[in-house]
Write a protein that binds this ligand. Structure first.
Ligand code: NAD
Length: 310
């Protein structure tokens, strides 16, 4: 299968590497010149658990790619998605399937501007990955990816994507309700990632703060109120229990600093806040639904970005 990875950062390099290793013809598209130069010169290096792997891979800037594709995986940050889709619009033909595994909310509306709904596939992944530097990615876990078509005509395509990822040892399953999974993950990111970024702490430290469970519950209830207007039912109590569990010592990864913290505090990069609490805050205003926790969190995270000169 001819596969394009649109955004060859941590996740794009990891998925792209494994998809090519399993026999697909993969091209990476990225705008980061040092990354392009390193991969062209030395191939792509992937630390996959204990295994240090490397292989040659095609990479170019989106506007330089002249071929076509059976399947595209978009792997930019949320705020970069529209620009990437605009750059690759000529690659997307009537039969090109596009999978979006980005964190955050509102991506289906953006994808629909460029892609027919029958070719849009949404997913949620618990794969974790990072970049050591240009041309060198770390795939920390091959967690499970859930995938679903957004309209019934896409169901066979979703099955094909699930099979392709499983063959590439990236475990994937067909989801019956991907929108619920997307909203639950957004609530998780909107509660834990944002709070850990503002407080500059890890998840375990967040859990030790008096009132953190209550705060998580208020944030989840705001996500649930907006989810309801999209026809999605998030049960506030059970989702709060699920999220709070990540802050408890029994959870192995509780000492982890979440990705928003890594972006802003460690790497001085802008965050995906506008697609998490910021999305809830905007929708709340449009729909006259109060979302005071998300409003405040969005202001504070943007404030930290601004103070960091971003
Ligand atoms: P990243 O910043 O490492 O990679 C994004 C890449 O896209 C960069 O290399 C950037 O140069 C490229 N890019 C962006 N816009 C571009 C454009 N217009 N033209 C060319 N190149 C462009 O991000 P990531 O960590 O791989 O995350 C991607 C998405 O996956 C995010 O939504 C993130 O929240 C989600 N996610 C990440 C992880 C993780 O462990 N890293 C886990 C689950 C979900």
């Amino acid at each position: 299968m001819k596969i394009i990875i649109a955004g060859a950062g941590a996740m794009g390099c990891s998925f792209g590497f494994m998809l090519q290793k399993s026999g697909n013809d993969v091209t990476l598209l990225d705008g980061w010149q040092e990354n392009i130069d390193a991969i062209r010169k030395e191939g792509l290096h992937l630390q996959d658990g204990e295994a240090a792997l490397s292989q040659k891979m095609d990479i170019c800037k989106p506007e330089e790619y002249t071929g076509s594709a059976d399947f595209v995986i978009v792997f930019t940050k949320s705020m970069q998605l529209e620009h990437m889709l605009h750059s690759i619009r000529r690659i997307i033909k009537d039969n090109t399937k596009v999978l979006c595994l980005l964190n955050g909310l509102g991506h289906i509306e953006t994808l629909k501007k460029y892609i027919a709904p029958k070719n849009i596939f949404m997913g949620v992944t618990v794969v974790t990955a990072g970049m050591k530097g240009p041309g060198s990615a770390v795939l920390s876990s091959h967690g499970r990816t859930e995938i679903q078509n957004i309209v019934p005509e896409g169901k066979a395509g979703a099955g094909l994507i699930v099979d392709t990822l499983n063959k590439a040892t990236m475990p994937a399953v067909y989801s019956d309700n991907i929108l619920w999974s997307i909203w639950r993950k957004a609530a998780l990111n909107g509660a834990i990632n944002s709070a850990c970024t503002i407080m500059e702490c890890n998840m375990l430290e967040l859990g030790t703060v008096d009132g953190s469970r209550d705060m998580i519950k208020h944030i989840v209830s705001e996500f649930a109120a907006i989810a309801k207007t999209h026809g999605i039912t998030l049960d506030t109590d059970s989702v709060t229990d699920y999220i709070y569990g990540f802050t408890q010592p029994q959870f192995d990864g509780a000492k982890h600093y979440p990705s928003m913290y890594q972006d802003l505090i460690k790497n001085r990069r802008r965050t995906e806040i506008d697609f998490l609490n910021g999305y809830i805050s905007r929708k709340g205003k449009e729909l006259h639904i109060p979302t005071p926790y998300c409003d405040l969190i969005a202001v504070l995270v943007h404030g930290k970005e601004r103070l960091a000169g971003l």
